[in-house]
Design a protein around this ligand. Structure first.
Ligand code: PMT
Length: 218
């Protein structure tokens, strides 16, 4: 029997949204369901990899054979990522990390005030860029959620975050991307690109993992 494609490989995957507290009962977040990241984890395990799934708050069961680490905020996700990144063959950042968090988290529930309310936000750490900067041999794959100029913005993130590969999805199309069962990707690396046509996230995940496998073992 042939060896499964990713046998012996260690792969960490971030999935889902992060949740940034404003006060004890409120938060900033986004519509990521975790489906894409969980599909990648399930497929990677099926292909023989040893999988660590770092998940924000989602309502999904842990895929068979995956080690799951649950986190809430971007800062917690960064800590969980850095704890395992160096020992991975592949790190995939599929999470929709909140770019900003509240400058101050109120310790008591915020009271209703006047007609307008301003909340000061500060930038969150960039998890995938930090992982790329702090690892040597780990093949680092990002996602890019775009609504326009997809290749230009995706290739910009590939370069600025120091990634080896980036998978762009057009999140202006409601049939794919956030919370949908399907996705479609255009995958970019330094000297190549490949489209993955619309299909359910399990099938898209399998194709993305095959592309990654080709790049790590040419
Ligand atoms: O979860 P689903 O409902 O299945 O939806 C899937 C998805 C649309 C969320 C997924 O396919 C996707 O596109 N994930 C990335 C979403 C995102 O935050 O994209 P971005 O273009 O803003 O970020 C680019 C990359 O940087 C991503 O790899 C992201 O994980 C990473 N990032 C961003 C900000 C930050 N502070 N730290 C990061 O690591």
């Amino acid at each position: 029997l042939p060896k499964p494609l990713l046998a012996g490989k260690k792969i960490a995957i971030t999935a889902g949204p992060t949740r940034e507290a404003l006060d004890p009962v409120r938060y900033i977040s986004n519509h990521s369901s975790g489906k894409m990241g969980f599909a990648l984890a399930a497929e990677a395990a099926r292909m023989g990899a040893e999988v660590t799934l770092i998940s924000g708050p989602v309502n999904l069961a842990t895929p068979a054979g995956c080690q799951r680490v649950d986190v809430t905020s971007a800062e917690q996700m960064l800590d969980a990522a850095l704890a395992v990144a160096a020992e991975q063959d592949v790190f995939i950042g599929c999470a929709a990390v909140a770019d900003y968090r509240a400058a101050n988290i109120a310790s008591q529930k915020m009271k209703k005030q006047g007609e307008q309310l301003s909340i000061e936000l500060v930038k969150n750490p960039d998890i995938i860029a930090t992982v790329a900067a702090q690892t040597d041999s780990t093949f680092v794959v990002g996602f890019a959620a775009e609504t326009q100029q997809i290749e230009q913005y995706a290739r910009g993130k590939l370069a600025s975050k120091g990634l080896d590969m980036i998978a762009a999805n057009d999140v202006s199309n409601g049939n794919i991307g956030f919370n949908a069962d399907d996705n479609a990707l255009t995958v970019y690396w330094l000297d190549g690109q490949q489209a993955i046509e619309q299909a359910n996230k399990q099938q898209v995940a399998a194709q993305l993992l095959q592309l990654i496998q080709q790049q790590i073992q040419p």
